[in-house]
Design a protein around this ligand. Structure first.
Ligand code: NAP
Length: 479
């Protein structure tokens, strides 16, 4: 394994925090400290901002093909180092190695996708309806960006923002989550190796998020915030962006309904549930949070899901054969424990799991709860853990109303063999994405994002680059 990077990346150089501060990065499987990483403060944020602002004009002028090829090279380097990056990610975040390898491929694909989009930024020209003016329309980078990412997909949340920003010609400051800074620093190293000019990407790792980010958002030089994280923090950052009218993209929390109709193929539904619930140990914004199962098949679905969940092996992500790694930290696990205890107190039946194991590490077993009361706290809280909560329903109108009865609208899952019903219910869900007879929607070529309080804007797909571009229209009189 090559050296683990642990300094700030500013203006193309690796530097310590100005005040010399460092913060520990823990292994959630053991609780042991993996590394000490530079802990940036307000002064480092100013230096990173200066580097991004200084680099912006030249980077915007750089040929799209050159920007594209840097992304393409970085895509290749990431894939060449799959094993190394997967091990680093597993060590700081906990997910099993097989899942970490999957994330490396997913993360790399954002770079390939946006390398292809970089050379297709279009414009237009024409005569205006009055016939007296021509219109020239071009698209320009929005300017220096602040990118804030969560810990649950340490590499892919970075590439999903960095890819389109590079393609569009924006410079940026990346602030990763303090639990998982190592993957982001490795990514910065790869982009440098791939030829990214100094100052285009700056990475500030910090335990002082407010001190670092708020002055950047209020200062007027950062022109765009792309944030992925909780709705609560997203709301706070939107308010901070108001002063300087900073453009925003917000990928926020979810509360996904997973609906199984009586005509569903239960093999397909249980397979879908395993992915929608257990990908990333349930620590995903797309995780199925509320399982609505038709009363006539609820018992069989619950029994089959519990069998599959109970057969999963829990342990350190680096161990062969492990399916479920530790949760991110003790706080995250305590939240899951409280939600399960609340549901059980309100009458839920534990079909499997539900007991925190003894010993070190933040492990929690795959758990299935049946007969969950709609009053339970986990109905309107992201569980963010391996817990499937099953409720029953009787008819289509009722389940749509209950599925939509939430402030969130990121993703929903529908299982039915009826095409008409599948499309009707999918279209009736107030969400940005639907998995119809599948438990996986994420793909770099598709627009990812939510409605309602799950966010603003889309990442990936043909529209992902639009979030980093502005239109400019030039009027030229016809003489
Ligand atoms: P979080 O607590 O909102 O944190 C996300 C990021 O925001 C972290 O880097 C965090 O750093 C930073 N942050 C927190 N307060 C801040 C402030 N005042 N100023 C600037 N930055 C601040 O979320 P999380 O627990 O890391 O991630 C889980 C959440 O992300 C879930 O709600 C999940 O649904 C959501 N998510 C959404 C998507 C999507 O695409 N929609 C994808 C993945 C995850 P600190 O930890 O240092 O505060």
């Amino acid at each position: 394994m090559t050296e683990v990077l642990n300094q700030l990346f500013i203006g193309g150089a690796w530097v310590d925090a100005a005040d010399g501060a460092t913060m520990p990065v823990d292994d959630p499987a053991t609780g042991e400290i993996l590394s000490q990483v530079a802990d940036a403060g307000a002064k480092d944020a100013r230096l990173a901002e200066e580097a991004a602002v200084q680099a912006q004009a030249e980077w915007a002028r750089t040929a799209p093909r050159a920007r594209s090829e840097i992304l393409r090279r970085a895509h290749e380097i990431i894939l060449e180092r799959t094993d190394e990056l997967a091990r680093l990610m597993t060590s700081e975040m906990g997910k099993p190695l097989a899942e970490a390898r999957g994330e490396v491929a997913y993360a790399a694909e954002f770079f390939r996708w946006f390398s292809e989009e970089a050379v297709r930024i279009d414009g237009g020209c024409g005569t205006l309806p009055d016939g007296r003016n021509r219109m020239f329309l071009s698209r320009r980078p929005v300017g220096p960006c602040l990118l804030i990412t969560p810990w649950n997909f340490p590499l892919a949340m970075g590439t999903r923002k960095i890819g389109p920003a590079i393609a569009a010609g924006c410079t940026m400051i990346l602030k990763p989550a303090p639990q998982t800074p190592l993957s982001s620093l490795a990514l910065a190293g790869i982009l440098k190796e791939a030829g990214l000019p100094d100052g285009v990407l700056n990475v500030v790792t910090t335990s002082r998020a407010g001190e670092v980010c708020e002055p950047l958002l209020r200062g007027g030089r950062i022109r765009k915030l792309s944030f992925t994280g909780s709705t609560a923090v997203g709301r706070l950052l939107l308010a901070q962006c108001a002063d300087a009218v900073v453009r925003t993209s917000m990928e926020l929390g979810g509360n996904a309904p997973f609906i199984v109709f009586d005509d569903a193929d239960l093999d397909v539904a249980v397979d879908g549930a395993m992915v929608a619930k257990m990908r990333n140990m349930g620590e995903a914004c797309t995780a199925a949070n509320r399982f609505f199962v038709h009363r006539s098949v609820a018992e069989e679905f619950g029994r089959r899901l519990a069998e599959r969940m109970g057969a999963l092996e829990v342990g350190p992500g680096t161990r062969d054969g492990v399916d479920v790694g530790p949760l991110i930290d003790i706080v995250g696990r305590a939240k899951v424990e409280e939600l399960v205890a609340d549901a059980v107190e309100r009458g839920a039946e534990v079909l499997v799991g539900g007991q925190t194991p003894e010993g070190p590490g933040c492990f929690y077993p795959p758990t299935v709860l049946a007969e969950v009361s709609p009053e339970s706290r986990l109905m309107d809280t992201e569980i963010f853990g391996p817990v499937a909560a099953i409720l029953t329903f009787d008819d289509e109108d009722e389940v749509l109303r209950r599925a939509n009865d939430t402030p969130w609208g990121l993703v929903g899952y529908v299982f039915t063999e009826g095409l008409d019903r599948g499309l009707r219910v999918s279209e009736g869900l107030e969400v940005g994405m639907v998995g119809l007879n599948t438990g996986l929607v994420s793909n770099p070529a598709a627009p990812f994002g939510g409605v309602k309080q799950s966010g603003l804007g889309r990442e990936g797909g043909r529209v992902g680059i639009d979030e980093f571009l502005e239109y400019q229209y030039i009027a030229v009189p016809v003489r």
